[in-house]
Design a protein around this ligand. Structure first.
Ligand code: SF4
Length: 274
């Protein structure tokens, strides 16, 4: 939802953005016209979705779908598009681009489809790549390869990346800074090293405790009690209070603000209200 809102892809109506700003390259994306926004989407900001099978169009070849983006954003002349498509496919680790351009999505493996999605996202050399659970639909070995690829591309192309994931291992490997979100709100913000070493929010602490440790002989894995609330029914006060072992009556009645623990570490919890 957050990533789609950044791209202004949530259908409106029914959705309404009531307040706030989305500042990208010193412009508020909420103030752009739909025509200007179309230049930003896919051109300056690209997105990779969870499941490549539902994001690629099954009735067009992969080459056609990448070409469409290049021509839409006028990245190159039509006569040069094929060369650029091959170059982009090589960049994402596809060694036989000529075969892939003429293939339909159903003819490729899950990993290959995700590489094609990444190639589409990178075709216009975006400044920002939003990767929304990009490896959820893939098996573990392919997952590792795709993450390596994203990491490598992000460094080599000087591109920023917003990675949305529930996998803390991936966070530890790739992210520089982390926002921990719960029920649609930021609960904690910190550089990755600080977050793993000194997690401050009870939710972050609980999440880290749920990671199984090698050598730990406990019979039962640690879980966070209770259930994630639906967004239609978010508890009042602190949204985490029904599951928090530190909750007080204040947590049930008041919504916590953001408290700063240092210049780059903030947390939304009354435990830090001095
Ligand atoms: S505000 Fe209260 S309920 Fe929420 S995380 Fe902090 S201690 Fe727990």
């Amino acid at each position: 939802m957050t990533a789609l809102s950044l791209m202004r892809l949530i259908p409106s109506p029914p959705a309404i953005i009531e307040k706030g700003e989305i500042i990208f390259e010193e412009r508020d994306l909420l103030k752009l016209t739909e025509k200007e926004m179309r230049q930003v989407r896919g051109g300056k900001i690209s997105m990779i979705f969870q499941d490549p099978m539902t994001s690629l169009n099954p009735v067009f070849t992969c080459g056609y779908q990448i070409k469409e983006i290049l021509l839409q954003h006028r990245i190159c002349a039509p006569k040069d598009a094929d060369k650029l498509i091959s170059k982009t496919l090589l960049e994402v680790g596809i060694t036989d681009p000529n075969r892939i351009v003429s293939n339909y999505p159903h003819q490729l493996s899950g990993g290959m489809r995700q590489r094609v999605m990444i190639a589409m996202a990178l075709a216009c050399s975006p400044r920002l790549l939003i990767a929304d659970e990009p490896t959820t639909a893939l098996d573990v070995t392919v997952q590792a390869r795709i993450l390596d690829l994203l990491h490598h591309l992000q460094e080599n192309k000087s591109m920023s990346m917003v990675l949305i994931t529930h996998n803390l291992g991936i966070v530890g490997d790739i992210a520089h800074d982390v926002l921990v979100m719960y029920a649609g709100e930021v609960m904690e913000k910190a550089p990755t090293g600080v977050l793993f070493k000194e997690p401050a929010h009870p939710y972050t602490q609980s999440l880290l405790e749920t990671i199984p440790q090698i050598g730990n002989k406990k019979k039962r894995l640690t879980v966070i009690p209770g259930e994630v609330p639906t967004l239609r029914n978010i508890p009042g006060g602190c949204p985490f209070h029904p599951r928090c072992k530190f909750a007080t009556s204040r947590c049930k009645n008041e919504h916590p603000g953001i408290y700063s623990l240092s210049d780059n570490h903030q947390v939304r919890c009354f435990l830090y209200d001095k």
